[in-house]
Ligand binder design. Structure first.
Ligand SMILES: *[C@@H]1O[C@H](CO)[C@@H](O)[C@H](O)[C@H]1NC(C)=O
Ligand SMILES: *[C@@H]1O[C@H](CO)[C@@H](O)[C@H](O)[C@H]1NC(C)=O
Length: 456
């Protein structure tokens, strides 16, 4: 107990001075992006998401595009022509190593916004029973393994804890489960990895409940609140304008929101896409509330949204949408300065239960008991895309969480979240101290001299 006290004092003394140089196995040259107030920052500079959704093969044929290096090389060249800084990927194989693909992106100045779920390892929103059943330790093991596989890449921008799980007026009962998953992911990151990585939800733009969703995911204790809110928006159909599209109202609605907001998909195809929304999205009209967005989507799939046609021979042909989008990006610089972001703000108030918001109170399901060991031991190797799936596996949650229970419970072991889901435990046991452990001190001093360990 005494030794612990001494360490606390040392830890407290050393933490502020070296907080930013805790050693990690940083991979990549891009500066990690952090959240400040209602904006993203890369170093001291405001960061706007300028990106596309990258899902070659479409949603039906879930494959990991980072493992197809030939295809990725071909596509990175086009990302550069477009002038984007982010891609969104919906499915990756968390049993595989991603060094090469992530380095290709890093070298091209591109960040990754990554969905942590896969079709088989996700919440089952069919009804209240399947929601409860699918929030289990086997599911959490998979998304934690995804965190381990990507946390050390500097150009991992953020994790989506879910995408369009609520997609109707009548399934808002999924909200507490989405929020519990977000909480668990945040806790796993702070327990196992030595940098913060933004975690948030990507919502479907369901007019009747979208605002409730935004408020709900940013209300309650800090451990339960998302780091950002994102939604998929197809309301700007060219020819349109800031006011005609209703985007002016979407700025007003969220003007007091205290977390970053961005469009996790956009690009209506009702008429020819002239990309008029690019000029609006990156103008001062919007940047006090919004941090950019992701165009849906890179390849032409059966739903017809793509920017490039993929031939049978693997060759790709950018279409007219691609050319016009590249032009729109080129013509649109980010606002100067900080874009009018809010430096601070408070939690939202939780929405009240209603016909359109079927969430009784602010309580969340507790993390399933069998998942708690991952916080100390790591999640181990992920199941990848081939496993049996998690919808009816493992043990579900047994109780209601105490607010605050998702706060960090241990200090991360530097570099312990190694690639390919191999989260080695580091023998930390049930340590619950948040002070700087003694074995850190030498490393912190060393890294103050030499900087973080750069692996590529
Ligand atoms: C929710 O509404 C959709 C139609 O909008 C319907 O297909 C579905 O069965 C409904 N689900 C429940 C649980 O009532
Ligand atoms: C910004 O808003 C004003 C007033 O609503 C509008 O006239 C202008 O076109 C908007 N700017 C952009 C780039 O959309």
């Amino acid at each position: 107990m005494k030794a612990c006290l001494v360490l606390s004092v040392l830890g407290a003394a050393i933490a502020p001075a070296f907080a930013s140089v805790v050693p990690r196995q940083a991979k990549g040259k891009l500066p990690p992006v952090t959240v400040k107030g209602n904006a993203f920052f890369a170093g001291d500079e405001r960061f706007y998401v300028r990106g596309v959704a990258y899902q070659p093969g479409g949603a039906a044929d879930a494959a990991d595009p980072l493992l197809d290096l030939e295809g990725l090389k071909r596509d990175v060249a086009n990302f550069k022509l477009l002038g984007i800084n982010t891609i969104r990927i919906y499915t990756i194989d968390n049993s595989k190593n991603h060094d090469e693909g992530m380095k290709l992106l890093d070298d091209a100045g591109i960040y990754l916004a990554l969905d942590a779920n896969t079709p088989k390892y996700s919440l089952n929103r069919e009804n209240e029973k399947t929601l409860h059943r699918s929030y289990n330790d086997v599911y959490l093991k998979s998304i934690f393994a995804t965190i381990d596989a990507f946390a050390e890449y500097n150009n991992l921008l953020l994790f989506f804890s879910g995408n369009e799980v609520i997609n109707e007026r009548n399934n808002t009962n999924a909200a507490p489960y989405i929020k519990a998953v977000t909480r668990d992911m945040k806790q796993y990151i702070s327990n196992r990895h030595s940098r913060t990585i933004p975690v948030g939800y990507s919502a479907a733009d369901v007019a009747e409940n979208i605002e409730e969703q935004a408020l709900y995911f940013n209300c309650g204790t800090d451990d339960e609140r998302s780091d950002f809110f994102a939604f998929n928006d197809y309301s700007w159909c060219d020819p349109s304008s800031f006011t005609e599209s209703g985007w002016d109202q979407k700025v007003k609605t969220y003007e007091d929101y205290s977390k970053p907001i961005f469009l996790s998909e956009f690009g209506c195809i009702t008429n020819t896409r002239e990309w008029g929304e690019i000029a609006a999205l990156y103008s001062q009209n919007m940047t006090s509330v919004y941090s950019g967005g992701l165009v849906y989507e890179y390849t032409v799939e059966p739903n017809g949204f793509g920017l490039v046609e993929v031939g049978n021979d693997g060759n790709i042909k950018p279409n007219k949408d691609f050319e016009r989008l590249a032009k729109a990006y080129k013509a649109t610089a980010n606002p100067r300065g900080d874009g009018g972001y809010k430096k601070s703000g408070s939690a939202s108030e939780c929405p009240k239960e209603s016909k359109e918001w079927e969430v009784k109170d602010d309580s969340l399901p507790a993390m399933p008991k069998a998942a708690q060991k991952f916080m100390d031991e790591g999640a181990g190797t992920g199941p990848g895309l081939a496993g049996d799936g998690s919808h009816f596996a493992g043990e579900p949650s047994e109780s209601t969480a105490t607010p605050g229970s998702g706060s960090p419970t241990r200090t991360p072991t530097p570099g312990s979240g190694s690639v390919a889901g191999n989260g080695n435990g580091g023998g930390e046991g049930a340590a619950s101290s948040l002070d700087v452990p003694v074995r850190f001190l030498g490393m912190i001093a060393a890294s103050a001299l030499f900087g973080a360990v750069l692996l590529f």
